[in-house]
Design a protein around this ligand. Sequence first.
Ligand code: F6P
Length: 360
Amino acid sequence: MGAKKRIGILTSGGDCAGLNPVIRAVVHHAIETYDWTVVGIREATHGLMSRPPRTIEFEINQVDSLLLMGGTILGTTNKGDPFAFPMSDGTLLDRSSEIIEGYHNLGLNALIGIGGDGSLAILRRLAQQGGINLVGIPKTIDNDVGATEVSIGFDTATNIATEALDRLHFTAASHNRVMILEVMGRDAGHIALAAGIAGGADIILIPEIPYNIANVCRKIRQRQERGKHFCLVMVSEAVRTELGDQLTQIKELGEDRLGGIGKYIAEQIALKTGAETRVTVLGHIQRGGIPSPVDRLLGSAFGVAAVDLIAQEKYDQMVAWQNRQIVSVPIAEAIKTYRTVDPEGTLVKTARGLGICLGD
Ligand code: F6P
């Protein structure tokens, strides 16, 4: 065993279920296997900007119930790029050197950054600029991080979206309604496609496959001709209107938040088929709740593997899930390509084989 290390861990970007199981695994493995010190950094890089840095030095008994807890006990943020940080007077300031200084002031030998593609890109830039020994762990309900088949949070979000569709099924059937469920996913349709298939959607619209509202309406009429007067429509938040407009609902710090396409699709269906429609926007429900067993397993495996990478002093790497095992890949490779749904991939073929209308 090498020299005793002092490692930092932070969660960055939007929260999701499974982050706390990662923290638990890192603390257990680092302390019990290697006898290291684990310093939790609060609220992503913001904790490193504060003076003194906002941290918690973990003891093993502090992570007891983390397997079951949603969110992140460290706190997180998906706002405020440290290279152009929005200040209270409206100006943007490069605060990267403060974060780097905060890391070194804590006497850390390495940092585990749990984040999506945006956070991992920022952390890598900080690491390169400031000599931070970084290991990344992919998390995001959107499942859009490159070089890994799955990220923490996706399974729980998919379970929640599937359950929502299950619940809509019977009320849709009782009232002969077309129920539209709008789910998150940013520019990738992974949640919509997976939960749509698992929940028996009749129509699934994802940003990767351009749709035509006439095809959507045809599917609804076909079902009606077969005596099925209700329909379940799953739509991913980044799907555009037929005219190509991206719908957003909130603008914060110059960043748009997607939302509203479900309402648009419902209006179009009502207009063109006369069907009674209702819209459910699942929203942040998908990010909350108890981590699924898969996310607990993945979080535990990623946490242990990240600590082992630090033990081997293999930095600038991200742990990833490929071909039923954990591997490590350069962070640069993971953030190079945004992982969207493959329109020729297995799940799309499955959906088509089941007669699900994808709008094309
Ligand atoms: O990236 C995760 C995600 O939940 C997206 O699916 C969604 O578009 C976005 O974050 C919502 O962001 P916020 O939490 O800032 O509303």
